[in-house]
Design a protein around this ligand. Structure first.
Ligand SMILES: [Zn+2]
Length: 207
């Protein structure tokens, strides 16, 4: 991000409410709260294009993971393979269809929506264009949806369940399972790379 002008802006530490006058750190440096050491600003060179690239990666991973085999269980000659799509639709026809909706939303729709929103907000700025209309609202929604994106919790839950099931039957992990594992790491990387303050600042300045 290249918008270095700060014009006496103030910044509040989101953790301890300490107030500071903004001095933009150089790329690779970090502005840290003196009192509680929360990172306030951490600009990185080419961060936007990298975040967009990771979002595209995530989208591809989620879409592929939907249809590829997630896991296969075999016992006494019988075997059953399932994909994420099967997991989502498992309760689609009974009174538990609400559960199907919730699972689908939390592990597929919300993560995909967040990736699309981040591409919408950051891609134009990554190529030095003006932000698209309603970019601020889109970025706010991207942040608000963060606690509802539960792909990683799903992967963790599956891991725990599989340890239990593996005592009863043979379990083979499918490619979709590993894709979801990669997704968890990529989401973490992306979150770590994203300097919220720099993005809001860029959205403010380039409108
Ligand atoms: Zn602080």
């Amino acid at each position: 991000m290249t918008d270095n002008a700060t014009n006496g802006q103030m910044i509040v530490c989101p953790h301890c409410d300490a107030l500071y006058r903004v001095r933009m750190p150089e790329f690779g440096e970090r502005a840290v709260c003196k009192r509680c050491h929360t990172v306030l600003i951490a600009p990185r060179a080419h961060a936007m294009i990298r975040i967009v690239a990771l979002s595209v990666t995530n989208l591809i991973l989620v879409i592929a993971a939907l249809f590829l085999p997630f896991l296969q269980i075999s016992r006494a000659g019988f075997s059953n393979a399932t994909s994420l799509m099967d997991a989502v639709l498992a309760f689609a026809t009974g009174p538990l269809f609400v559960l199907s909706l919730a699972v689908g939303a939390l592990i597929v729709v919300v993560p995909m929506l967040r990736m699309l929103l981040s591409i919408y907000v950051l891609a134009p700025m990554a190529f030095d264009r003006k932000p698209l209309p309603a970019s601020k609202r889109a970025f706010r929604l991207f942040e608000a949806l963060k606690p509802w994106s539960m792909a990683e919790i799903f992967v963790l839950g599956c891991g725990v369940a599989l340890v239990k099931v593996s005592a009863l039957a043979q379990v083979h992990l499918g490619s979709a399972f590993w894709m979801m594992c990669v997704l968890v790491v990529v989401v973490l990387l992306q979150d770590n790379m994203m300097c919220r303050w720099s993005i809001w600042n860029a959205l403010e300045r380039r409108k």
